[in-house]
Design a protein around this ligand. Structure first.
Ligand SMILES: O=C(O)c1ccc[n+]([C@@H]2O[C@H](COP(=O)([O-])O)[C@@H](O)[C@H]2O)c1
Ligand SMILES: Cc1cc2nc[nH]c2cc1C
Length: 338
């Protein structure tokens, strides 16, 4: 499969022409929800989730049987500035771990019945240190967006995108600060566990990036290219492809949400087919979710990335859809409906 764009403008145009929710399916789901054997509203947010899922699947009584998890991996030039608690080679090593089934996301994908694949993105060619130069060239950005787009299985009925990239909380912080403004320090956090000096270096890297790339801060895709890693761009490409194929998405942690935020900044409503799986312990994640008006499904103190929080939320969404589509109505069960 090839991506239906070969330029950044082409990708931007696609974002402006994405399918919207199927309102007939939403209405049908609401009608069915009102007939199910439970007091009105008693399944709380599960009812909203089922209706959201029905709308994006275009089916008032949908099934959820083929979730897809994709983990994108990238290396970051900014690591040379000492912004992570772990060395950059861990990205490559963790890719091998994903491929051998040894990472948390392998177990969570298995536990929730999802297919899982890992997509390493030019790991031997880290992005440029974005305090000195744009992280990616336009061609590199397009290639990463396209790698994300083409990784999505059009027959999947749910998508989780996750990432692995030592240093990428610094990239996510820079992108967030570029899009939403505010002090660099309000977007940086401990990531994999940096100490105070490391945190100061991260914050300085974000400040330098904002200065160096000041002329493109009002162009979100240019920001993604200048500050993002390949795995962030690939997640954005995959989230856009999911919308194109009417596949709902569960967002993961801070890095995943920062890449998604780029799409919303380009095109309002671009993330309407997405829910927030969890709120990460990385302190700026909640700030992003507030900006995007997304209420997380879970708050478990996770700060792992690799799609782990979103994968856990597959279970919640499966529960919501199973109740919605499988429960009996009052009439079917012969239960008095008050
Ligand atoms: O998902 C999150 O919110 C999250 C928060 C902190 C760290 N991570 C993961 O840790 C790595 C980035 O952390 P760092 O400190 O190297 O920037 C990267 O591989 C992410 O998957 C992920
Ligand atoms: C070991 C390790 C596993 C990870 N998974 C996602 N980010 C990670 C960062 C580290 C350091």
């Amino acid at each position: 499969m090839t991506a239906p764009f070969s330029t950044i403008d082409g990708f931007r145009d696609l974002l402006g022409a994405m399918p919207s929710v199927n309102q007939t399916a939403v209405n049908g789901a609401a009608e069915r929800n009102g007939q199910l054997t439970k007091p009105p509203g008693a399944l709380g947010r599960l009812e909203d989730l089922a209706s959201w899922y029905a709308g994006w699947r275009g089916n008032p009584r949908p099934e959820l049987t083929a979730p897809q998890v994709i983990i994108f991996a990238g290396n970051h030039g900014v690591c040379a500035r000492g912004v992570s608690a772990f060395p950059a080679e861990v990205t490559h090593q963790m890719v091998a771990n994903f491929e051998h089934g040894g990472a948390a996301i392998n177990q969570l994908s298995k536990a929730f019945g999802a297919s899982m694949s890992v997509v390493p993105l030019d790991l031997d060619t880290p992005t440029a240190d974005f305090t000195q130069a744009p992280a990616m060239t336009d061609d590199e950005l397009i290639a990463a967006l396209a790698a994300g787009w083409t990784s999505v299985d059009p027959s999947a009925d749910l998508l989780v995108v996750g990432e692995m990239g030592i240093g990428n909380t610094t990239a996510a912080a820079a992108i967030s600060a570029a899009i939403y403004g505010g002090d660099a320090s309000s977007w940086t956090g401990r990531g994999t566990g940096v100490d105070d000096d490391g945190l100061a270096r991260k914050t300085e890297a974000v400040e330098l990036a904002l200065e160096r790339h000041a002329d493109l801060l009002d162009d979100p895709l240019a920001v993604l290219g200048a500050m993002g890693g390949r795995e962030l761009a690939a997640m954005a490409g995959a989230i856009a492809a999911a919308r194109h194929h009417s596949i709902p998405v569960i967002l993961d942690g801070f890095i995943c949400t920062a890449s998604a935020a780029v799409l919303e900044a380009v095109q309002k409503g671009a993330l309407d087919h997405c829910v927030a799986g969890h709120v990460s312990a990385e302190n700026a994640h909640i700030r992003l979710l507030v900006q995007l008006d997304k209420e997380p499904l879970l708050k478990l103190g996770l700060r792992l990335g690799e799609g782990s929080g979103a994968a856990l939320a597959i279970g919640i969404l499966k529960g919501a859809v199973a109740c919605h589509s499988g429960m009996s109505t009052f009439a079917e069960a012969g239960v008095s409906d008050g």
